[in-house]
Design a protein around this ligand. Sequence first.
Ligand code: ZN
Length: 220
Amino acid sequence: MAHVALHASQTRAVEVRNIYCIGRNYAAHIAELGNRPEEDPVVFIKPTSALHIPGHPIRLPKHSNEVHYEAELVLLIGQGGKHIAEEDALAHVAGYGLGLDLTARDLQTKAKKGGLPWAVAKGFDCAATVTSFVATDHIGQPQHMEFQMYLNGQLKQHGDIRKMLFPIPFIVRYLSEVFTLQPGDLIFTGTPEGVGPLSPKDVVRLVLPGHIDTSFDVEG
Ligand code: ZN
């Protein structure tokens, strides 16, 4: 079974249920891929077999020649629900982590052209790489989170959640109208600009200042 760690006064393992992802949530990233902003968020799902947690290297899949990192803030749902109001949304979040929505960009580009689903481009093993999670009451002001992604020591992505086109309360409300959110669900909230390819021997570092500083080695 797939678990993530949730750090509060004690650390506990939380079983992961569904993995939801939001696409096209930062204007500068939409522009860098030549996409247009959407009226509604782009939503896709990854299988739990794609979950990858710290402790082992990320293994790049054999079926792609161009796997991109997409560093994202990830929500861990604590209390599930249906039709969650935006003003209640943050109370349903148990913790915040960082993740890599790994994407086989070659296969995704092909799928987009054909109007086909993204499962093989976004659902392979390790495609949902996540750090540990920090309990919501340790975060303070979740409205002002920023995060960084470094590739081999170089800053590649800087996320500021105030730049999200669809803010966290909107995302939780929107998903909960379509799906019944469950405790243990993860929500990847979209990537800022600066995405790029991963290669064997790369080191990816994800930083949520004051809370998370986690590195992953990459293997071919
Ligand atoms: Zn993404």
